[in-house]
Design a protein around this ligand. Structure first.
Ligand code: HAM
Length: 429
């Protein structure tokens, strides 16, 4: 065993984890496209300044940052939103509004690794720029919901917790609390369910509030609040409102959110958030030094908590199992029963692969029994046997346990036809 291990918080992707990662990314991509989103990508490293001011305190403490050889301060991106704002504002004239873009790629945060949190994770970002009204928020929340459902995760398994920062701004104004306390106040609300009650009381006291009045306001904030009216009508028209739970404690740690904020949580396992987002109307102006004032909204979903949830959710498991199986399986294994036929076998393998059929075969002389074992191990649907019968070859259906003999010259056509038929067994995804 090597003395080398992965760096703390980083992951190896052995084939099974790689198949899971690809399945997650491909599902994200399919659903985002269904919503008319177009894929983009940003650099994995950015200048540290981009995140220092724009992401807010919590993330700034978790930056993976270093100096490059020329003394530049650079950071492995902890999130993609500041890069997106930089890109979209730089070329905003080139794109029709609203801009609907999605991205899938790794992010890095120097956090304490725990269930659902590592130092490297893959995010799916979906953002709409140039519009951030209730219809935009509804489109994004709907995309988040459909993404979960596409994985086989249902209304019984997850919930969207929704709020709006403006509600709290209204509360602060009503209580005559100075605007400069808003950030500190939202920080307290963000942690109110986890922090010690006397600490919360003390912190609220410092800005002239009590836990009792904050709690009373939270309890009175429900789905009938006017701030949610349009969003609710939109999502209800899509039949999706049952996925939403109004929760005033959702304010989100990131500094740039201005209005609607939401997070996706599982309902059965108490896992960390699966996704989070909201509107951020000032970030583009901030990043472009006031040159481009563009409202925006978006969310990001991570692969880590999602992967845990998929493995634990019965509705998601069947799809997951078949995807993992398909990732390592092949269509046919070519058995070379007579080494004299190897050149003919190689020629056929080349033709079969050219049509897209997934083929494997032994590199050197091997007992026939061992070759059939390899075919089973690789979950091949067919074994194609090149032996003494050549120019006839035997095609064995390993699922149905049947076989036929076909001329070598037509083996490609025959195998293609057989693969097009539904498999009559449990093996095939
Ligand atoms: P965020 O809530 O910081 O939002 O992250 C979004 C998701 O990324 C989380 O819900 C979680 O699934 C995943 N995630 C975050 N940190 C970790 C970690 N250390 N390990 C594993 N997964 C993690 C944002 O990043 C915003 N930029 C989202 C956004 C896009 N807002 C507007 N557009």
């Amino acid at each position: 065993m090597s003395t080398f291990r992965t760096v703390k918080g980083f992951r190896d992707f052995f084939p099974e984890e790689c198949a899971l990662r690809n399945y997650i990314a491909e599902t994200w991509r399919v659903v985002a496209r269904r919503y008319g989103f177009v894929e983009y990508e940003a650099p994995v490293v950015e200048s540290t300044d981009l995140f220092r001011k724009k992401s807010g305190d919590e993330i700034t403490k978790q930056l993976f940052c270093f100096e490059d050889k020329a003394g530049r301060e650079i950071t492995l991106r902890p999130e993609v939103t500041p890069s997106l704002a930089r890109m979209a504002t730089a070329r905003q004239r080139d794109f029709k509004k609203p801009i609907k873009w999605f991205q899938i790629g790794p992010c890095f945060r120097y956090e304490e690794p725990q269930e659902g949190r590592g130092r490297e994770f893959i995010q799916f970002n979906a953002d709409i720029l140039g519009d951030s009204g209730p219809a935009t928020a509804a489109e994004l929340i709907s995309l988040a919901i459909d993404t979960m459902r596409e994985f086989g995760v249902s209304a019984d398994d997850f919930i969207i917790r929704l709020s709006n920062r403006e509600i709290w701004n209204g509360f602060l104004a009503e209580k005559n609390i100075a605007a400069e306390h808003a950030t500190a106040f939202l920080g307290i609300i963000d942690k109110i369910e986890r922090a010690k009650p006397d600490e919360t009381e003390k912190k609220l006291g410092e800005i002239g509030l009590t836990t009792a009045e904050v709690r009373a306001f939270m309890a009175s904030t429900d789905e009938n609040h006017p701030a949610f009216a349009e969003l609710k009508a939109n999502l209800a028209a899509r039949g999706l409102w049952q996925h939403i739970r109004i929760d005033a404690t959702i304010v989100r740690g990131l500094a740039y959110y201005t209005g609607v904020v939401f997070e996706v949580f599982d309902l059965k396992h108490g896992l960390r958030a699966l996704a989070g987002g909201g509107t951020y109307d000032k970030l583009c102006a901030l990043i472009s030094d006031g040159n481009v004032d563009m409202p925006a909204a978006g969310f990001a979903m991570g692969d880590v908590v999602l992967g845990i949830l998929l493995k634990r959710t019965p509705g998601a498991q069947m799809k997951l199992t078949s995807v993992l199986l398909a990732a390592s399986s092949i269509d046919a294994f070519v058995v070379i029963a007579d080494e004299a036929q190897r050149p003919h076998a190689l020629a056929a393998i080349q033709q079969l692969r050219a049509t897209g059929i997934r083929i494997d075969y032994p590199f050197g002389s091997q007992k026939v029994g061992k070759q059939f074992q390899a075919a089973e191990d690789r979950k091949a649907r067919f074994a194609i046997v090149f032996g003494a019968e050549y120019p006839e070859v035997i095609v064995k259906n390993l699922v149905a346990r049947s076989q036929t003999s076909v001329p070598a010259a037509s083996v490609v056509d025959e195998v293609q036809k057989m693969l097009a038929e539904p498999a009559a067994g449990p093996l095939i995804a």
